[in-house]
Write a protein that binds this ligand. Structure first.
Ligand code: UD1
Ligand code: CA
Length: 460
């Protein structure tokens, strides 16, 4: 017999009032990705064939984000126009779920749930009801698991409806459950809203299963952090820390050294070689990859950056969209913008901005320069104050600099323009025409002269 298809229902219709935000709660980000994105990843990671997202409050924004992600992510939408409770929310998606499927319910505001836990729960809910439970020192706000003298689950009682004695129970409902669709459907249809909140509680299906004599299994979640919900920004910040610690730990196991793993932010993916070192305050975004021996100095921001072996990024550099070779040295205070490629042993120093430019092997720009839309050869020296004038106010133009050229201090290269190989540009030149190979080109306003006996102006 082939295993039943797994259909996951993600609840994301709640308003998230306590976030005090124009953004729907499930679009608030953890590690740079909306909470809903984390949940969808976990759901597909658990082998779901279909995923139904129940949306309501600001549903268009949620749908727009999912659409933007594109790809093969198949999401079915179910609208819950009035938030009448978690049971009512699940019911909205049920018409799209076939009877043969196993249903797994997850919450859009419980972002750090792992695929393994979801898969375990789905397996436990193959022929009855399975709920994920967690032992909490402080279970406030959670539904409590009620058991009889024999330890069998009898039901879940919500905090608002619980007695003093029931509130003392530490075993909480994590909020995830799984059951065959053909069993779950009638349980959901039979839900009432006779409780303190006047809502249709999903948790009441536990009592329905018990009444029918169906097996109710609990899947314990060992680490409460995994199933902690986000209702306000304090909890959001807490889950962000949990997430970042997980990522830093994964990277350390892959061989990355951190000056302080608690002062590291990964908002995307990072692929690493051996002996990568990351100093404090690094923010890594998008898709980055650091080869063996790469080191990142303090307070750097890197997005979509690939660094070859033993390249170094020094303090306070901001790099985006860079593909760099080996043994490069970038910073301190360097700024690289998208579309840039460095060959091996390139050096970019302080207050140098590079935009959409290619730099050949061994080329150096040590200080205070702007290279935009430039094709620079190998072993070129770009001195302090060199500017490529790439923009005429309407269009961008290219500057081409050949191998072994030397661009003197405070020169402007007015693009489109070419400096040929081994050319030498004298300091303070404004270059508007081709500077030929192997020659000194000088273009200054006038020759230097000295006027003898010149007196400083006096204050009137
Ligand atoms: C719920 C559980 C509780 C559990 C806790 C774990 C119920 C009745 N209670 O409580 O037992 O311990 O989660 O975090 O299920 N939602 C909708 N439509 C609605 C209501 C809610 O889509 O009409 C969504 C919310 O956006 C949220 C999720 O369902 O993603 C949970 O709802 P919430 O109101 O936060 O439930 P809790 O009170 O936390
Ligand atoms: Ca909640």
């Amino acid at each position: 017999m082939t295993p039943a298809a797994l259909h996951c229902i993600v609840l994301a219709a709640g308003q998230g009032t306590r976030m005090k935000s124009a953004l729907p709660k499930v679009l608030h980000r953890i590690g740079g990705k909306p909470m809903l994105g984390h949940v969808l990843d976990a759901v597909y990671g658990a082998g779901a064939q279909a995923c139904h997202v129940v949306h309501g409050h600001a549903g268009e924004q949620v749908q727009a984000w999912v659409r933007q992600q594109g790809g093969d992510r198949r999401v079915h939408w179910a609208e819950q126009s009035q938030q009448l409770g978690t049971g009512h929310a699940v019911l909205q998606a049920m018409p799209q779920v076939p009877d043969e499927a196993v249903v797994l319910v997850a919450y859009g505001d419980v972002p750090l749930i792992r695929s393994e836990t979801l898969a375990e729960l789905a397996a436990a809910g193959g022929d009855g009801l399975a709920i994920a439970t967690v032992q909490l020192a402080d279970p406030r706000g959670y539904g409590r698991v009620l058991r009889d003298a024999a330890g069998q689950v009898r039901g879940i009682i919500e905090e608002n409806d619980a007695s003093e004695a029931e509130r003392a129970i530490r075993e909480a409902n994590a909020g995830l459950l799984a059951a065959p669709a053909r069993l779950l459907r009638p349980w959901l249809n039979g839900l009432g809203n006779d409780n303190r909140k006047g809502e249709y509680y999903l948790t009441d299906v536990v009592a329905s299963a018990v009444r029918e004599g169906r097996p109710v299994r609990t899947v314990p979640v060992a680490n409460p952090e995994e199933v902690e919900g986000v209702n306000d920004r304090v909890q959001l910040a807490r889950q962000e820390r949990v997430y970042q610690r997980r990522q830093a730990e994964t990277l350390m196991r892959e061989g990355v050294g951190f000056a302080d793993p608690s002062r590291f932010e990964l908002r995307g993916t990072l692929t690493v070689g051996r002996d990568v070192f990351i100093d404090v305050g690094a923010v890594i975004e998008g898709d980055c990859s650091f080869a063996d021996g790469v080191s990142i100095g303090p307070y750097c921001v890197l997005k979509d950056v690939r660094l070859g072996a033993h390249s170094q990024v020094l303090a306070h550099s901001v790099l985006e969209g860079l593909d760099a070779g080996q043994h490069c040295r970038i910073g301190p205070f360097a700024r690289v913008r998208p579309g840039s490629r460095f060959a091996d042993e390139v050096h970019i120093g302080n207050f140098v901005e590079v935009k959409k430019s290619e730099l050949g092997g061994g080329t150096k720009a040590g200080h205070l320069a702007y290279l935009g839309d430039a094709m620079v050869g190998a072993r070129v020296n770009i001195s302090a104050g060199v500017i490529t004038c790439n923009y005429d106010g309407v269009n961008k133009h290219t500057t081409v600099i050949g191998d072994d050229a030397f661009i003197g201090t405070d020169s402007q290269l007015v693009a489109p323009v070419t400096v040929e190989r081994n050319a030498y540009i004298a300091a303070g030149s404004t270059i508007t025409k081709t500077a030929p190979a192997d020659a000194l080109t000088i273009c200054r306003a006038r020759e230097q002269k000295s006027i003898a006996g010149w007196a400083k102006p006096k204050k009137r």
